[in-house]
Every structure is written in structure tokens, then in C-alpha cells.
Design a protein around this ligand. Structure first.
Ligand code: GLC
Length: 459
């Protein structure tokens, strides 16, 4: 009897173990090796800087892209934004030109956000741009315009859908109904299986009708809506089949696998260091806003300054990551002046300094970070970039750099920076530097750029 009971317990244990294991098991279609993945992601790793675009019906109320949920707006009431949506000043060539000017190498557009509205002429929903007063597919000309500027194409697709009749209500989404009993009642007849098919159909359109798509930003999972509800594994299988080279983010709730995501995506957050998974550095991209909201928000005044945004880009690259910086175009279809001013400011800096961004990554640990600086490093060109976040007085101390580089210059004007390795305290400096240290001789006046950069040509 006792042995039978033990056998039973063991069997149950084995079954639950194998269940766990099967959730983690690499599916047969996921055959890519680590090296192949690095190769597939090379353009993205080199690019470092992209533009996020949040555009949809929420651009009309202009009070945050979650306005429907935050203000508990019913479908009927929200319809007024659909009825008036007419971005008549929309000129994607201008958007693409701004992105290019700012130095961005890829862009990611919200093809459908949580509100469920599609910017393209989807066959699977009437809730789309072609049925609003603007009456056209807004994605196609955008993709063409950005591509023409040499900018890679990414699609954001919301897994959450506050409009679809089969998307099941839960405590978080959508805004109504409020109580569990009401939700259960309202969910009768809703069928997530149908919603799964709808997502696959829409993604098939997006990934077959617009040429090569370089990035998919699926958004997002939370307790109660995860890989089972989205059918994430099959969804990803389809995505990879349609676009074998696409780079996919980490919000399908397949984080515990090594095949279900390509990049980690901290949001409005600057990690302390290069993001690691199981102790290993992984590709990561932080998405950031100008002012807090993703969608156009007329009255938000918490805009980051140009130097702050440049510092954010530098810090991100210094930790081996990418920056995806968001613009929320207006309901008329333009980038507002605050956004343009930021993009132009970043572009002005990038014009002279993009060498310290593109193709760069975290510097090897053997280079000690000087005070008030961020380092980036180009392994192919063997150059180290010192970003001086605070302009020092005449001397920049580089501990242990002696013999590691042969030339130093300011990046903004390519002017030589002289250096020396003092071994004894001078009569006026009264500081003894260590053998192996180097001091860069800097001009007293800070170069007239947001963040000066010194380029070291390494030995
Ligand atoms: C969040 C928000 C969303 C935004 C996204 C960007 O998941 O729900 O509004 O689109 O982050 O990463």
C-alpha cells in the first residue's frame, strides 16, 4: 500500500515536472544557434538609436494613449474620436527626414495600440484608418518614406485590445465592467481562441504586405494574460516563418525560454548596468518618452531637455544597449514643435558625434571610467570614446591608460588633444600620479557642444 502511494506521488511529480519542462522546451522550429542570432541582430546592435512612434485615435483627446481606460470611456463615447480622426497634415516624408536628421536608424510604429484601432487597411476589422475621415492606409506611405531614408522598419502590435468583441475582460483591461461577477457575465460568448486567430490574421497582413519588417514590438503580457491567452508560441512561430530575420521583443510572456525573445525592453527606466539573464549579457533596448506619455499629450509639461536626452543615449550605449525614443504625432499628423526641437538638438550633436554611438558598445573593464564620464567603445575600429558629462578644468586623469592608446582628439572638430604621463609631482600640482596614468590636456573652455567627446585611438 505504502509503496503504491510512493509510486503515485512519484508519478504525479514526474508529470508536473515534465509539464514544466515542456513549457521550457525549445520547439522544433526554433533551431537558430547563438552565433546565428548575433549575426541576425548585427544591424540592430550597430544602430543603437531608433524612433518609436505612438499614433492612433488617442492622439485626438491628446491626454495619454491610455485615456480610454484612465477615464473609463465607453466604446460608444470613444467613437467620437474615430469619427473625427483626419490627420490632414500627415506627411511621413517629413517624419522620416526628422528621424534621419536625429540620427535614428530604425523606427517602430504602433500599427494597433491597446484601443484596438488599426492604422492600416486590415481585412479583419472595420475599426481602421480607412474607415475614418482620412480614409487611407497610413502605414504604407510611412513604411515607404522611412525606408527611402535608409531607416529600418519596425511594427508595434498591441496584444491587448480594448475594442475586439472576443477579447476577454479582466481586472486590468479594459475599463468596463468593474466587478468580477459583471466581468464573468460580460465574458460569456467572448472567445479568446477567436481573438488569437484575429491577431494571427492581422500580423500576417502586416508581415506580408509591407516588404521586409525588421522589428516586431508585441505589447504586453501581465498576470492572467500571458503566453497561454495569446498562444504566444504559435504566434511567434508564424512571425518567424513570415519574416525570418525579424527582431522580436520580450513581451509575449516567453521570457523563461531562450528562443521566445531577442531583446529585453526596460521601459522609461535606465538600468544600472548591461542587462543580464542567467548571468549572461543580453541585447537590450530601453524605450523612452520625451515627456511621460507615449501618445501625443498636449498639456504635459515634463519634457526632457536636449542635453538630458543626449546623456540618455550615451549612457544607454555605454551599457551596451539601444535607445528607442518616442514621438507622439498630433491628430493633424505632425510632430509637434517640442518634439521637433528635441530631435533637431539631438541631430546637431549626432552630426559630429555619431561615431561614438554607431557600432559602439560598453568599453572593456580594463578601461577605468574617468570622473563624470561615460565611455563607449568601437571594437571594430578600436576606438574609445570619453564623454565628458561635466567639463573638467584643464586636466582629465586617465588611470592606467598609459601605453593603451596612441592618439587623442576632440570629436567635434577633430583637434588634437595632447597628453602626458607624469611620474613625479610638479612643484605646483603637488599630486603624484601612479605609474601608468595619463593626463589629457584640455582647453579651459568647453567646446560649444552639448556633450564633448574625446576619441582615443587605441594601440
Ligand atoms: C506600455 C504601455 C503603452 C506603451 C508601451 C511602450 O506597455 O501600455 O502605452 O505603448 O508601454 O513600451
Amino acid at each position: 500500500m505504502k509503496t503504491l502511494r510512493i509510486a503515485l506521488v512519484l508519478m504525479i511529480l514526474m508529470i508536473s515536472q515534465s509539464k514544466l519542462a515542456s513549457a521550457q522546451t525549445r520547439p522544433a522550429w526554433a533551431t537558430e544557434t547563438k552565433e546565428q542570432k548575433v549575426k541576425r541582430m548585427k544591424w540592430w546592435t550597430d544602430a543603437r538609436f531608433g524612433m518609436f512612434i505612438h499614433w492612433g485615435l488617442y492622439s485626438v483627446p491628446a491626454r495619454h494613449e491610455w485615456v480610454k481606460l484612465y477615464e473609463k470611456i465607453s466604446d460608444e463615447e470613444y467613437q467620437k474620436y474615430f469619427n473625427i480622426f483626419e490627420p490632414d497634415l500627415y506627411n511621413p516624408k517629413q517624419w522620416a527626414a526628422m528621424a534621419k536628421k536625429a540620427g535614428m536608424k530604425y523606427f517602430v510604429i504602433t500599427t494597433k495600440h491597446h484601443e484596438g484601432f488599426s492604422l492600416w487597411d486590415t481585412k479583419y476589422s472595420d475599426y481602421k484608418a480607412t474607415n475614418t475621415p482620412i480614409g487611407k492606409d497610413l502605414i504604407k506611405p510611412m513604411v515607404e518614406a522611412f525606408r527611402a531614408e535608409g531607416i529600418k522598419v519596425g511594427f508595434y502590435y498591441s496584444l491587448i485590445d480594448w475594442h475586439h468583441p472576443d477579447f476577454e475582460f479582466d481586472a486590468t483591461h479594459p475599463p468596463t465592467p468593474t466587478g468580477q461577477a459583471e466581468r464573468d457575465a460580460a465574458n460569456k460568448g467572448r472567445d479568446m481562441k477567436k481573438y488569437q486567430a484575429f491577431m494571427k490574421n492581422q500580423l500576417t497582413e502586416l508581415l506580408t504586405q509591407y516588404g521586409q519588417i525588421d522589428v516586431l514590438f508585441a505589447d504586453f503580457s501581465y498576470p492572467g494574460k500571458g503566453h497561454a491567452e495569446w498562444d504566444s508560441e504559435n504566434l511567434l512561430k508564424l512571425v518567424r516563418k513570415l519574416q525570418p530575420n525579424i527582431i522580436v521583443n520580450d513581451r509575449l510572456d516567453l521570457d523563461n525560454t531562450d528562443w521566445g525573445w531577442d531583446i529585453k525592453t526596460p521601459e522609461q527606466f535606465m538600468p544600472r548596468e548591461w542587462i543580464k539573464v542567467n548571468g549572461e549579457k543580453v541585447p537590450w533596448e530601453t524605450c523612452q518618452t520625451f515627456s511621460g506619455s507615449w501618445g501625443y499629450n498636449r498639456d504635459e509639461n515634463s519634457w526632457k531637455s536636449v542635453p538630458q536626452l543626449i546623456a540618455m543615449l550615451i549612457e544607454t550605449v555605454s551599457k551596451g544597449g539601444n535607445l528607442l525614443l518616442n514621438v507622439g504625432p498630433t491628430a493633424r499628423g505632425e510632430f509637434d514643435e517640442r518634439a521637433n526641437e528635441r530631435l533637431e538638438g539631438i541631430g546637431e550633436w549626432m552630426k559630429q558625434h555619431s561615431r561614438s554611438i554607431y557600432g559602439c558598445t560598453q568599453a572593456p573593464d580594463s578601461f577605468k571610467i574617468p570622473q563624470n564620464c561615460f565611455l563607449t567603445y568601437n571594437p571594430e575600429r578600436k576606438r574609445l570614446y570619453i564623454h565628458l558629462m561635466q567639463w573638467p578644468f584643464k586636466s582629465l586623469h586617465l588611470e592606467g591608460y598609459k601605453g593603451k592608446f596612441k592618439y587623442a582628439q576632440l570629436l567635434n572638430d577633430g583637434s588634437e588633444v595632447k597628453f602626458y604621463s607624469p611620474t613625479q609631482a610638479g612643484s605646483h600640482t603637488t599630486e603624484t600620479t601612479n605609474e601608468g596614468d595619463v593626463i589629457l590636456n584640455l582647453p579651459v573652455q568647453k567646446p560649444n557642444v552639448a556633450v564633448p567627446v574625446i576619441e582615443l585611438i587605441l594601440e
